[in-house]
Design a protein around this ligand. Sequence first.
Ligand SMILES: NC(=O)c1ccc[n+]([C@@H]2O[C@H](COP(=O)([O-])OP(=O)(O)OC[C@H]3O[C@@H](n4cnc5c(N)ncnc54)[C@H](OP(=O)(O)O)[C@@H]3O)[C@@H](O)[C@H]2O)c1
Length: 291
Amino acid sequence: MTAKNTILVIGATGNVGRQVVSQLIAVTTCKVRALARNPAAAGLSDDVDVRQGDLADPTALEAALEGVDAVFLMWPFHSADPAATVVDAIKRHTPRVVFLSSGAVQDGLTPEQQPHPVGQSHGHVEHLIAQSGLAWTHLRPSTFATNTLWWADQIRAGDMVQGAYGAVPMALLHEADIAAVAVRSLTQDGHVHAVHHLTGPEVLTQAEQVRTIGEMLGRPLQWQELSREKARQRLLADDNFPDPFVDPLLDGYADMLAAPRPSITSTVETVTGTPARTYRQWVADHAADFV
Ligand SMILES: NC(=O)c1ccc[n+]([C@@H]2O[C@H](COP(=O)([O-])OP(=O)(O)OC[C@H]3O[C@@H](n4cnc5c(N)ncnc54)[C@H](OP(=O)(O)O)[C@@H]3O)[C@@H](O)[C@H]2O)c1
């Protein structure tokens, strides 16, 4: 990638995409273009060329792809339905894509064989990209630490966080680390046809995550275990939580509880030269979101 290259960031207003944009601006000389459905509400810096577009609308997407040298693609849908059109459009305009996939995609299985719905949809998108002839990199991150922002309302209101599967162990990832790997993959040699398995540096259960937030905020916080059905009803009543994601999330937790404890990878450090950030670091960076 040279100084004059233009990179299109899809999902630029999201947890990871916003970090990809800011890190591209901070550490590279590439021109940064962003796709947003509502540019006026995107809140991106003036250095970013924000284009209106929707992955479900090929015309606007084609316009945003004009003159682009590489694309950071995230997939916001619960199915792979418009993926063939999107991958075709990217292929017509640029040779290079870095795809934010998911650790739910399991090696050695076809998309149809993937046991989890997220693994199926992201597995399909990975497969289409790999078949397209694009020079690709797939990022397969473990659970995002930003998911724990779902507890912010409960933490503001009291000292308990209620939910199901408090014993589920996770290797939570800081969005800045996912973005740091994406930026290296977009701008440095050696990442074409790589599948980067990304995790945080430690494994913590949900109950331990709640305790960590309390320690960092200087308040005693505790996990209160709910039955799956009570947790389901709670999530369905939460206007900030998408209803179609409630059952896949709880099914995913049940699977994670039954699976072997997650392994830690060193990919973040190998790619970026810096160890993955701890969950304590993530809470420190987001403390204001919990008060
Ligand atoms: N959360 C986890 O634990 C986890 C773990 C592994 C993988 N993942 C994967 O990571 C991805 C989520 O990343 P994130 O947390 O950074 O995203 P996010 O914060 O949920 O943000 C969603 C982004 O998608 C964009 N978007 C939504 N619908 C769109 C559409 N129709 N066309 C174009 N853009 C659209 C939004 O942009 P505008 O609203 O501005 O248009 C926004 O930038 C998902 O694919 C998820 O499966 C998540």
